[in-house]
Design a protein around this ligand. Structure first.
Ligand SMILES: Nc1ncnc2c1ncn2[C@@H]1O[C@H](COP(=O)(O)OP(=O)(O)OP(=O)(O)O)[C@@H](O)[C@H]1O
Ligand SMILES: [Mg+2]
Length: 327
């Protein structure tokens, strides 16, 4: 059985229009006009046990809404959602004990108390034995290197330390399924990397199933083989991260360092010139022509260095986000 099944999921929000004019008439209260925001608009996918899938899309794409439907915080407008055999919105105890949702933008811990107090509360909520709680807390604290910070009021912690505490609180009951909504947002590069390593190790060690959203491509590149891309509530891509460039990018990048100054006119016949700095030229060349172009460059020009690369994943993703690509 799939760990997560999403089939034809839709979540529409009704947003009421503000009435113009100063005082709305009494009758208008009953005839308020509204429009619908199609936050999630018919998406389907399945995720197997132990997968770590990147869930990406531009602002407002519908990622958080989907994660909320999957963790039972929102009731779907239409479609089927199944997580570990449960319908999330029923919020059965056994379901809640098996999942966790971490939102990087939201503080879920008691602000004025040490984080350990929030962990204790979760221990009670999840009905953990003292022994298991202590063992899990010890393991997580070591993995995240938090030391005695768990005894300091949360408000006194740096953002990075706070995020570590959020993760411990969310993982103290070892959920089988973990929804991570921008867990690295706002963190510096070193802390982002630590979080990333932790998430990767945690996934491997406990075989937990993880759905991760992030606007930082480094997170996705390092952690996820499979990605799901959504835009405007629709699923755009579901597959290997590596295959993305095959599907959406039709050019290769040739970077050539010339010995002498070069006739740009001639080069522009081969492909699109992206930059010229000193004697270094970057060209975008259609994939089918890339090999021949490299040969021509080496034969007809004095080239001291040449390099052929695929476009960066970031560039391909931004083409997709801008809506220039469709499923
Ligand atoms: N409670 C709500 N009421 C009305 N509209 C909503 C509500 N929640 C979300 N939306 C709208 O639904 C759309 C999807 O929002 P969502 O938060 O799921 O996007 P997202 O992909 O998580 O974006 P971001 O990357 O900015 O976090 C947006 O247009 C948003 O304004
Ligand atoms: Mg979001």
């Amino acid at each position: 059985m799939d760990t997560i099944t999403v089939s034809g999921l839709k979540k529409y929000f009704r947003v009421f229009k503000r009435r113009e004019g100063l005082i709305p008439t009494f009758s208008s209260l009953f005839k308020r006009k509204y429009f619908e925001v199609k936050a999630v608009d018919d998406i389907s996918f399945t995720i197997q046990e132990g997968e770590l899938v990147g869930f990406i899309g531009p602002n407002g794409a519908g990622k958080t809404t989907t994660l909320k439907c999957l963790s039972g915080l929102l009731f779907p407008s239409e479609g089927l959602v199944n997580v570990l055999g449960f319908k999330p919105f029923e919020r059965k105890n056994q379901f809640l004990k098996s999942i966790s949702l971490v939102m990087g933008q939201k503080n879920q811990l008691w602000w004025d108390l040490p984080a350990v107090e929030s962990f204790r509360l979760n221990k009670e909520i999840y009905e953990l034995d003292e022994e298991i709680y202590q063992k899990n807390l010890r393991e997580l604290s070591e993995l995240l290197e938090v030391g005695s910070l768990i005894n300091q009021p949360v408000r006194s912690l740096s953002l990075g330390s706070r995020m570590k505490m959020e993760l411990i609180a969310a993982l103290i009951h070892h959920p089988k399924v973990l929804f991570l909504d921008e867990p690295t947002i706002g963190l510096d590069i070193v802390m982002q990397k630590k979080m990333r390593d932790f998430i990767g190790n945690y996934n491997k060690k406990y075989k937990s199933t993880i759905l991760l959203t992030s606007h930082y491509m480094a997170d996705v590149k390092e952690l996820c083989r499979r990605i799901i891309i959504i835009n405007r509530g629709k699923l755009i891509y579901d597959g290997h991260l590596d295959k993305l460039s095959q599907k959406y990018s039709h050019h290769k990048i040739i970077t050539a360092q010339f010995d002498n100054s070069v006739d740009i006119q001639k080069l522009s016949q081969m492909g699109e010139i992206k930059s010229v700095i000193d004697k270094k030229v970057i060209l975008h060349i259609k994939k089918v022509n890339a090999r021949q172009a490299a040969v021509t460059l080496l034969e007809k020009f004095k080239v001291s260095d040449i390099n052929i690369t695929e476009p960066e994943i970031e560039d391909i993703i931004s083409i997709i986000f801008e809506g220039k690509a469709h499923a």
